[in-house]
Write a protein that binds this ligand. Sequence first.
Ligand SMILES: [Zn+2]
Ligand SMILES: [Zn+2]
Ligand SMILES: [Zn+2]
Length: 317
Amino acid sequence: MPHQTPSFPPPQAKPPVSVLPIHHNWQTAASANGFEIIRRCADPAYVELKCQTCGRAHQKRHSVILGSTPVCPHCVQNRWREDAAAAELEWLGRDPQDPKRGRYRAPCGHEVSRQFELIKRIAGGACALRCETCQRAKEEAEATAAGWTLLGPAHEHGVNYRLYRHECGHEQEIARMNMRTERLICAGCGIGWSASPSFIYCMRFQLPGLPALVKLGFSRNPKSRMKWQLLRRPDLSEHAQPSGQILRSIQIRTGHLALCLEKKMHAALRRSHPGSVVPPQHYRPWLKVKSEIYTANLEPVILDLLDRLDPGTPAPD
Ligand SMILES: [Zn+2]
Ligand SMILES: [Zn+2]
Ligand SMILES: [Zn+2]
């Protein structure tokens, strides 16, 4: 008996092309809208349409052909791409989050998502595309130049405001235009109006039960800073009251420059005289600061640094 090869079912064939008819009135309706029905699909509700404009095919319910005006998705894509090119953008595709938006590559290289209608207006010159990434970088740089960090949008004020953090740690909502022109005052430390001068000072403190200490700092008003912001005056009669004295203050052109200079001086002092930095627990009962206090032997060193400071070119009137 000859060897019988087992019979297997034939490999899975493509789904059979529908043999359902293409009705004449469908073809007429399709043709009136610039399409040709080339076949029925496996799903009897669908037909395949060839676009007479772009020559590409897509599937559509035959009810759409009879009941409304079918559009070619390829031609729509082409228009979006053309609109993008006219707006000097690169078309990247539809925005999966929003059917009214596309994704585009801006000339700066960043990817943006915009409504199709807006792209048309940009192409027509009615408005310009503003890349949010570049805009953010620009606003961050403006803030940095003024001594602040951009944190994000403002919550209490309008769209022209942003939330910023000052170098002193204080957070504040400020109009962006004021940040740009540095016309602002930090409610935390009083530094501001960068056009107005500030002072770097050296103060000596005599605190009960402690040897003399010195502080290097900056302020728009060192006297008031010493009196109201630095010294605690506990209401306890058995304690002698702490006292302070401004040894020298040097006028610096702007608050921001004063802040930068003062930071550099502290860094240099900490490097050159690490043993002269007084731990805050010693002066905490008397002074409302957490650092920047040194032993009195640094007094001549600090005064010498102050004498050699470059206060910056005076601002033009
Ligand atoms: Zn088409
Ligand atoms: Zn950009
Ligand atoms: Zn501040």
